[in-house]
Design a protein around this ligand. Structure first.
Ligand SMILES: [Fe+2]
Ligand SMILES: [Fe+2]
Length: 471
C-alpha cells in the first residue's frame, strides 16, 4: 500500500482514521521540530540534501530519493504489513496469538523496553550534530544527514507506539525523549554510550559500525516480540539500519585503505607527517567503541532479561531459526566470570543469559567487518592486524566492571592500567591529531586526504554529484 506522501505525517497505520492519535502526534511534532532545530545537525537548515524518504514498506520501492531541506523531511510511521496468523514464538505464551494491544500485566516492562530503545535514536543525532562542519566529502556529508534523519524517524517510530498504546504515561515518555540530551549532566540519555561525544569522522564511522550494530541486535530481538506493533515497527527500522552500518563499515574500510596507501607510498608507519591516520590510532578508537558497546548489552546474568524473554516481550536474535523449545527449559549457557581475580567461565540457566547470548552474536558480527579491514591491510603487504579487544577490556558493566584488563584479556592492576591505558585507548594527542585533520571538503567529487573515495555513489548517482547544495 502506498501512502499519501502529502500528509503531514506519512504513514501506513491509518492515522487519518484515528483523530485522537493524530492530534496527539500533531501536538508532539512542533516539539520535535524545535528539538531538531536546537539539537539536530548544526548549520544545516537551508542545505538541500539528496535524501531517501520512506514512503511505503514495499521492498522494491519503499524509498523516494530527492533533494530536500532537513526541517522539511517527512518523518513518517511505517510498520511492516501484519500477518493475521502471527503467534508468540517463545516464552511462557509460546503458541498464543501475538498481542495487538499491550497486555496489562506487562505494561511497564514493555514501556521500559520501548523508552530505552527510543532514547538512543535522538541521542545519536545529538552526538553527531557538529560533524557537518568538517565533512570529508559531499558524499559523506549526505550519508551523515541520511543517518540523522532516519534516527529521527526511529524516534517517531517509538513515539508512535507510546502515543498509540500507552495513553497518558506514554505521552509523558514521548515528551521526555526530547528533554534528555546526550552528555547533559542533569538529564543525560539513558545509556552511557549515547552520552559520549562523536566529534570527528573517525568516531562517526566507528559509531555507525559499532553503536548502530548494537541497534541492529536490539531491534532484531525486539522484532521477535509477542507485542505485534513493536515487532512490525522494528522490522521496518532494520531496513534503514542496514544503511547506517554500511556507512560505518565502508567509512572505516576507506580510512584503512587510505592509510595503507600512504604507508606504502611514503614507506612509514607514522602517517602524521603525511596527513593520514595511523593504523595504531584506528586500533585505539576501535578498542574504545567496541568496549563501550559491549556494555550496552547489560549484565551477563540478568533477571530483567530473563523476564523479558519468559514474558514474550524480547526474544533472542533470529529466535524462530533457533532449533530448541524456545522456552529454554533446563538449558544452560556459558558466561564469563571472575574467579579470584582470574577470568573464567560458568554455566548458568540459559534464560538468565539472554544478554550474554546477544552480546556473543554481536561480537561475531563485529568481527566480520574487521576481517575485511585486515584483508585490505594484507593486500597492501603490510604486517598489521586490527583486533577487537577482549570482553574484559575497559568495561563498566558486568563481570569485568571492577577490574582492568589489557586488550588481550590479561588482568592487570590499577597502577599498570594508569601507566599503559594510552597504549590502548585514544589519547588526548590522538584526539588532537584526528581533529586537526577535520577540515571540510565540499567540492563535488573531492575527498579529504585521510580517506579513500567510495567505490560508487548513492542510488546510481556519480561520485561527483552535488549530494548537498548549500544555500
Ligand atoms: Fe536507529
Ligand atoms: Fe542507526
Amino acid at each position: 500500500m502506498n501512502v499519501d506522501y502529502n500528509e503531514t505525517i506519512p504513514n501506513n497505520v491509518n492515522l487519518a482514521d484515528d483523530r485522537r492519535l493524530l492530534r496527539a502526534l500533531e501536538r508532539w511534532q512542533p516539539a520535535y521540530l524545535k528539538w531538531w532545530e536546537d539539537m539536530g545537525p548544526a548549520d544545516s537548515r537551508n542545505h538541500e540534501i539528496y535524501l531517501r524518504t520512506a514512503i511505503s514498506v514495499e521492498t522494491d520501492g519503499w524509498a523516494n530519493f530527492g533533494h530536500v531541506r532537513m526541517p522539511e523531511y517527512r518523518w513518517g510511521i511505517f510498520l511492516t504489513p501484519p500477518d493475521p496468523d502471527r503467534k508468540i514464538n517463545f516464552g511462557m505464551h509460546k503458541g498464543e496469538a501475538a498481542w495487538q494491544a499491550v497486555p496489562g500485566e506487562y505494561r511497564s516492562e514493555l514501556r521500559r523496553l520501548i523508552v530505552t530503545q527510543g532514547d538512543t535514536e535522538p541521542a545519536s543525532v545529538e552526538q553527531q550534530r557538529r560533524l557537518g562542519r568538517t565533512c570529508p566529502s559531499l558524499y559523506d556529508l549526505r550519508n551523515l544527514y541520511q543517518v540523522n534523519v532516519e534516527e529521527g524517524r526511529h524516534l517517531w517510530a517509538m513515539v508512535y507506539l507510546l502515543h498509540a498504546y500507552f495513553g497518558r504515561d506514554g505521552r509523558e515518555e514521548a515528551d521526555m525523549m526530547l528533554e534528555r540530551h546526550a552528555g547533559d549532566p542533569d538529564r543525560p540519555r539513558i545509556l552511557q554510550a549515547f552520552n559520549e561525544q562523536t566529534d570527528d569522522w573517525l568516531s562517526f564511522f566507528m559509531f555507525t559500525y559499532f553503536q548502530d550494530r548494537d541497534g541492529k541486535y536490539q531491534l532484531a530481538s525486539l522484532a521477535e516480540s509477542g507485542f505485534d506493533p513493536l515487532s512490525r515497527t522494528c522490522r521496518f527500522m532494520l531496513t534503514e539500519e542496514a544503511h547506517h552500518m554500511f556507512v560505518g563499515e565502508t567509512g572505516l574500510a576507506r580510512i584503512v585503505q587510505r592509510s595503507c596507501e600512504l604507508m606504502r607510498e611514503h614507506d612509514t608507519e607514522d602517517l602524521r607527517a603525511v596527513g593520514g591516520i595511523d593504523l595504531a590510532i584506528i586500533q585505539r578508537f576501535m578498542n574504545f567503541h567496541f568496549s563501550i558497546c559491549l556494555d550496552l548489552f547489560g549484565q551477563e546474568k540478568s533477571t530483567n532479561a530473563a523476564n523479558y524473554f519468559t514474558m514474550g516481550l524480547k526474544g533472542r536474535f533470529q529466535e524462530t531459526r533457533i532449533d530448541d523449545d524456545h522456552q529454554l527449559d533446563g538449558m544452560v549457557y556459558r558466561v564469563p566470570v571472575l574467579d579470584g581475580g582470574r577470568i573464567g567461565t560458568q554455566e548458568i540457566a540459559a534464560v538468565t543469559a539472554s544478554n550474554e547470548r546477544l552480546r556473543d552474536e554481536y561480537t561475531k558480527d563485529s568481527q566480520r567487518g574487521v576481517d575485511r579491514f585486515n584483508k585490505i591491510i594484507r593486500d597492501h603487504g603490510i604486517d598489521f592486524e586490527l583486533t577487537l579487544p577482549h570482553a574484559a577490556f575497559n568495561r563498566s558493566i558486568g563481570a569485568f566492571a571492577g577490574i582492568h584488563a589489557t586488550p588481550a584479556g590479561q588482568v592487570i592492576d590499577d597502577a599498570e592500567w594508569a601507566r599503559r591505558q594510552g597504549e590502548w585507548l585514544p589519547t588526548p594527542a590522538d584526539h588532537d591529531y584526528v581533529n586537526s585533520l577535520m577540515v571540510p571538503v565540499t567540492e563535488p567529487g573531492r575527498m579529504a586526504g585521510w580517506i579513500a573515495p567510495p567505490r560508487r555513489g548513492i542510488h546510481g548517482q556519480p561520485l561527483d554529484y552535488d549530494y548537498v547544495r548549500f544555500h
